[in-house]
Design a protein around this ligand. Structure first.
Ligand code: NAD
Length: 443
């Protein structure tokens, strides 16, 4: 099948590469000319395991193409996916300008009937709004084309996006009116042979499903962080508590790791957007407000521990920071806890020597030549001359550490671990003071 995709970010590009890999022919359009030029050379503008290999093979097989030309992209196919950003507006609601801009482009360049599939995470009622906008634009131009807008929210996770697209746990299709799902069976058959993963519903329920899923996951994280803060005060160990509660099959082990807060382009913005949606519907979402506040406070946790350890005297000190991306296996630093820590340290007069396996270029893009930031070539180099080590992202490569080197290089032999990647006893043996989350300070 021929398919057009608007937006070549984490969602659009991964979706395009996976649809091409299973045999569809995909034309991607983006307004970012540099990105399209890079993609046409087979280079991925984002780090996502396995993505670049899929890009290269499908580009050379002729199943994948990239353009900035709307006439070409809209004319390419009857099936058009929207996968552009819906970032938070100033008041926290989803900024829908990119999605609606695509709707207008589709209306402007369509010369035949279309099925428009919205993958962008969007407020409830968006599919119906897109439909109304396209139809009104078409009728102003005196054109009568059949357009159907469907909601098909995306559930991939950055860091395993290709895998998630290839082996989805569910595919939500939100269709209003006559539910003709044959088209979706055809698009998604390679990923769900017996269509068992397709869950069909109305568009408003599909749109709310996406927010509900992210808010549920964020709730689990804030819940365990709340328990971790309590555990510290009560002399309990959150890692033991996690094992204790995770063994209950009704609770499970996923998403109950205590840490220095969630970040990324989705959870923070989706929690806020759903609060706005609730407010507009005349409902005060008490639980969502609490999830968000707990997370804001948790993102300050590492800085609070550092401040307390140094009795508020951190001006002029240097901190080695391991991990900048909001989670492992991605270069994405949107809403990352690392940003809160870096900015708090700088405001307090401290300096940072940071290392991340994939997010260095992103840090450079965000902070430029910040005088308080040195970007090291390795986790070992980051330690040179630093007073203490702070771990923010649980990259696998950080879990095995040369404690002798850490001890030797750090001026103060202190480790602040925002992800509980080490055992406290281990650090005591290594003569290091160890702050983690939800456990007593050791050493
Ligand atoms: P992104 O910011 O990585 O990419 C968006 C792309 O859209 C950019 O390349 C931008 O240039 C392009 N774009 C903007 N306006 C355009 C237009 N008019 N025409 C063509 N291209 C245009 O975004 P993303 O992370 O891929 O997220 C896209 C949507 O999917 C969001 O609504 C997000 O909430 C949702 N989502 C994201 C994830 C994730 O993990 N990143 C997971 C599930 C759902």
């Amino acid at each position: 099948m021929k398919i057009t995709i608007f937006g070549t970010g984490y969602v659009g590009l991964t979706q395009a590469a996976c649809l091409a890999e299973v045999g569809h022919t995909v034309c991607c359009i983006d307004i970012d000319e540099r990105r399209i030029a890079q993609l046409n050379q087979g280079l991925s503008p984002i780090y996502e395991p396995g993505l670049e290999a899929l890009l290269l093979s499908n580009l050379s097989a002729g199943r994948l193409s990239f353009t900035t030309d709307a006439t070409e992209a809209v004319g390419f196919s009857k099936v058009i996916f929207i996968a552009v950003g819906t970032p938070p507006d100033e008041d926290g609601s989803a900024d829908m300008q990119y999605v609606f801009a695509v709707a207008h482009t589709i209306a402007e360049y369509s010369r035949e009937s279309k099925v428009v599939i919205n993958k962008s995470t969007s407020p409830v009622g968006t599919a119906q709004r897109i439909q109304a906008r396209i139809q009104s634009a078409l009728s102003k131009q005196g054109r009568d084309l059949g357009v159907q807008v469907v909601s098909n929210p995306e559930f991939l996770k950055e860091g395993s996006a290709v895998d998630d697209c290839m082996r989805p746990e569910r595919i939500i299709i939100g269709i209003d009116g006559e539910q003709n799902i044959e088209l979706f069976r055809e698009i998604y058959k390679p990923f769900s042979r017996n269509h068992e993963k397709l869950i069909v519903m109305d568009s408003r329920s599909a749109e709310l499903t996406k927010y509900a899923a992210n808010c549920m996951l964020a709730t689990k994280i804030s819940f365990i962080n709340e328990m971790a803060n309590l555990a510290e005060r009560l002399g309990a160990d959150i890692e033991m508590v996690r094992k204790g509660i995770g063994s209950d099959s009704r609770i499970g082990y996923d998403f109950i790791y205590a840490g220095c807060g969630y970040g990324g382009s989705c959870f923070p913005k989706d929690i806020q957007a759903l609060q706005r949606i609730a407010g507009e519907a005349g409902y005060q979402p008490l639980l969502l407000e609490a999830v968000e506040s707990v997370n804001q406070r948790q993102k300050q946790k590492l800085f609070d521990n550092i401040r307390r350890h140094y009795n508020d005297d951190i001006s002029g000190k240097t901190f080695a920071v391991w991990g900048l991306s909001f989670k492992p296996n991605t270069d994405d630093m949107r809403e990352a806890p690392s940003r809160v820590l870096l900015e708090s340290l700088w405001a307090a007069g401290a300096r940072v020597r940071a290392f991340d396996p994939e997010a260095m270029h992103e840090a450079r893009r965000i902070y430029g030549e910040h005088p308080g930031l040195y970007l090291a070539d390795s986790k070992e180099e980051a330690l040179e001359g630093a007073h203490a080590l702070v771990i923010i992202t649980e990259w696998l490569n950080f879990r095995v550490a040369d404690f002798g080197l850490i001890r030797q290089r750090l001026v103060n032999r202190v480790v602040f671990d925002g992800r509980n990647i080490f055992e406290p006893e281990q650090l005591v043996r290594e003569d290091l003071t160890y702050y983690s989350i939800g456990r007593a300070v050791s050493g």
